[in-house]
Design a protein around this ligand. Structure first.
Ligand code: 13P
Length: 251
């Protein structure tokens, strides 16, 4: 059986104090049961302290929001996968649409980042998703297949086991317009069938698939009740402890 997992992608939000308070409130919450993995993806500057808290708590872990495509050296401002690994961080998010759009990250760059991450013991949360024009033109399945074929499907089966896929339709990110649970399930089941085809049924049935895009305390239960949705990659609603706790409890 696949585990359940909820990832809070804080993006570029929260002061140091707000970050500390949020992690304390969630990690000390007594209302959480122990079956769901809870992942915080804070900005780099807080990653060390959040990671230290999570290392002391079962079922809590951390993700970096990005990593460099280079291994080390004269790359001012960059953070390497090796540095992230040295903080005992478990995951790195790669391929988020905000990085593709605002920082021109191409498939080539994503593949370099992925190689760095996997080489340095990090698991990858790989994002894919179509924009509104592609959805309205009924191209969403083709777009997702292309995004996966040119990136994670280049990995061999041995590396693919360290990949989680997050389906994040761009039109649903930060818009309050969630994909319906049927739309999300339809895409997740399609992605799983692609994994079956590219690798094998066992790999398909073991790969974790997360939904992201305006997932919140009110719609998480319905989304997470779908067969192929193993959890969520949460933006805005992960910045508030009671909302995030409700989402974690929505299985
Ligand atoms: P929102 O939950 O704010 O729509 O963001 C989703 C997302 O991009 C998570 O990575």
């Amino acid at each position: 059986m696949r585990k359940k997992i909820v990832v809070g992608n804080w993006k570029m939000n929260l002061s140091r104090k707000e970050a500390d308070d949020l992690v304390r409130e969630i990690s000390q919450s007594t209302s959480l049961d122990n079956n769901t993995e809870i992942v915080f993806a804070p900005p780099f500057i807080y990653l060390d302290s959040v990671s230290s808290v999570c290392l002391n708590r079962q079922f809590f872990s951390t993700a970096a929001q990005n990593c460099s495509s280079y291994s080390n050296g004269a790359y001012t401002g960059e953070i390497s996968a090796q540095m992230i690994d040295s903080l005992e961080v478990k995951y790195v998010i790669i391929g988020h649409s905000e990085r593709r759009q605002n920082f021109n990250e191409t498939d080539k760059v994503l593949n370099l980042k992925m190689n760095q991450a996997l080489k340095n013991n990090l698991n990858v949360i790989f994002c894919c998703g179509e924009d509104i024009n592609q959805r309205e033109a009924n191209q969403h399945f083709d777009i997702i297949e292309k995004q996966l074929s040119s990136t994670i499907f280049k990995l061999d089966i041995h590396n693919f086991k360290d990949i989680i896929i997050a389906y994040e339709p761009i039109w649903a990110i930060g818009t309050g317009k969630t994909a319906s649970s049927d739309q999300a399930q339809e895409m997740h089941s399609f992605i799983r069938s692609l994994i079956d085809k590219r690798y094998d049924n066992k790999t398909g049935s073991l790969t974790l698939l997360l939904y992201g895009g305006s997932c919140n305390a009110s719609n998480a239960y319905e989304l997470f009740s779908k067969e192929d949705i193993d959890g969520g990659l949460i933006g805005g609603a992960s910045l508030n402890s009671s909302d995030f706790i409700s989402i974690i409890k929505s299985f």
